[in-house]
Design a protein around this ligand. Structure first.
Ligand code: FES
Length: 70
């Protein structure tokens, strides 16, 4: 399975893609419009490098919890 994607995020609001159609993965680019999917909002108090789950099995979405290793 695929491991997480490391992404440096600035402090503030971010919208992460959940439909897997975005051309700006892992960020929403509006490609979900017309589907039942919607992006996931993430708000950070400070800039941070985060591990975004790419396998879909995490129990701590949108972050990796190591489930891809199981
Ligand atoms: S483009 Fe995928 S959720 Fe918006």
């Amino acid at each position: 399975m695929s491991g997480p994607r490391m992404v440096k995020l600035t402090a503030g609001e971010h919208w992460l893609c959940r439909c897997k159609k975005s051309k700006q993965n892992p960020f929403c680019d509006g490609s979900h419009k017309g589907s039942q999917n919607s992006p996931r909002q993430v708000i950070l108090k400070q800039a941070e490098e985060v591990a975004i789950c790419q396998c879909g099995n995490t129990g701590n979405a949108p972050y990796c919890d190591g489930s891809h290793n199981k």
